[in-house]
Design a protein around this ligand. Structure first.
Ligand code: RB5
Length: 151
């Protein structure tokens, strides 16, 4: 089973603290023949995660990429930024079971990883699980429908 959509790349973004892991994940996706779009950052120079999170979030919302994978040092800053977007459900995960539940129960559309607090092998397991877990719907759909802030 895969949540990947035909002809739609996975969207990736990170800050400097997630740059190395982003590259490892890209190598993993390439080895599986999975297309991706990289929204940056493109080096280890200190930078601000919102500059990369917002374009990635907008692309997920616009249906140009799916799903997203985002990484900063803790995962918190980039995840908080992504979740400002009403159409984004970004889930911070540091073990595969969290990635599975983020998909199965929350229909998460962005996987967020804490680059400074996760081993690359575990991060790749999280990616693999996230990309292969279907949303269960049902009662979980009802809860997701209540997430957006009413204006
Ligand atoms: C960068 O030093 C660090 O603050 C950032 O990657 C992230 O952890 C913030 O939430």
């Amino acid at each position: 089973m895969t949540i990947l959509k035909e002809n739609l790349p996975v969207g990736l973004c990170s800050d400097h603290a997630g740059f190395e892991l982003k590259g490892i994940i890209e190598g993993y996706l390439e080895s599986k023949g999975i297309p991706y779009k990289d929204f940056g950052t493109f080096g280890t120079e200190s930078c601000d995660y919102p500059d990369f999170a917002h374009p990635c979030a907008e692309a997920v919302e616009a249906g140009e990429v799916y799903p997203g994978i985002a990484i900063c040092g803790t995962g918190n800053g980039i995840g908080m930024t992504l979740n400002k977007h009403q159409g984004i459900r970004a889930a911070l995960c540091w073990q595969p079971e969290l990635a599975r539940l983020a998909r199965a129960h929350n229909d998460a559309n962005v996987l967020v990883l804490p680059g400074r607090f996760i081993e690359p092998e575990v991060a790749l397991e999280c990616v693999d699980t996230f990309l292969s877990t279907e949303f269960e719907g049902g009662r979980h759909q009802r809860r997701i429908d209540k997430m957006p802030v009413k204006k």
